[in-house]
Design a protein around this ligand. Sequence first.
Ligand code: F6P
Length: 320
Amino acid sequence: MKRIAVLTSGGDAPGMNAAIRAVVRGALYHKIQVYGIERGYEGLINGEIKEMNVSSVSDILQRGGTMLKTARSKRFMTPEGFQRAMDMLENFEIEGLVVIGGDGSFRGGLELTKAGITVMGLPGTIDNDLAYTDFTIGFDTAVNTVLSAIGNIRDTSSAHERSTVIEVMGRHCGDIALYAGLTGGAESILIPEEPVDINAICRKLIQGRNRGKLHNIIIRAEGVEISSQELAQVITDRTGMETKVVVLGYIQRGGSPTAGDRILASRMGYKAIELLMEDSTSKAIGVCGSEIISYDLETALNMTGKHNKSLMELADMLSI
Ligand code: F6P
């Protein structure tokens, strides 16, 4: 393979830049020409494509966001938009495309695969919602950001003897809530993968208060049915505790990637280059234990059932 391109698509995630760097430098090391496509599939349609050199990716390893910008392209889903994207790839004689993004971005890559383009998917999303991989690039940083917020909120919550519902991102996946809740010692964690038992939550808060615990942290993943405001109201009504809501929002998507995310991004980015050099078919790259793995792109997208029930049980046991 002589000429490839890389793009980032969907919600940005810390470590995307580290992944771009690994793809660009890995390709150049092996004398493969590499292009950067700006604004994801939208930029591909518009021909926002530029050749990258070693210096193009200098000083980005430690930065959040994505130097290539990102977008959620609606036009790419139309037959005309898709055809324009295909024409651009043909005009630039791009033989392989590295897509850094989440589920939706991979689905776009699958359409390109069906049209004859080789696509390597790198899981770049804070949500950790791709079942084929243990972890996605950006998840570890997001969890650490939430953890730091929990620490700050706990200080003020404790000073005022309040409870606080902290709403975190994750779309339909509860992993950010689960990992941050477990490591931040949250009293309760609500995730979309498990039914919400409000009686049990309130019972636990009352038991804690009877033991002298005067503040609580409740982590609610955004995909949970009951809203944060409703939840806070029910807790206030049933326990008499003043309960505040904090929505962390985009804070979770920014910031310098952790060492863990930089390593993951560097290893996965280079794996994409290795696979492209082997003339592999389209793959989704992931991590299983300490090993970098790859699955057929479509197979990976069809995988389900990643929810870590035992971690939830552990969090529940340790927060009595
Ligand atoms: O997929 C990443 C994510 O941050 C989700 O956690 C969240 O639901 C969504 O993106 C927010 O999307 P937008 O950037 O369009 O507001």
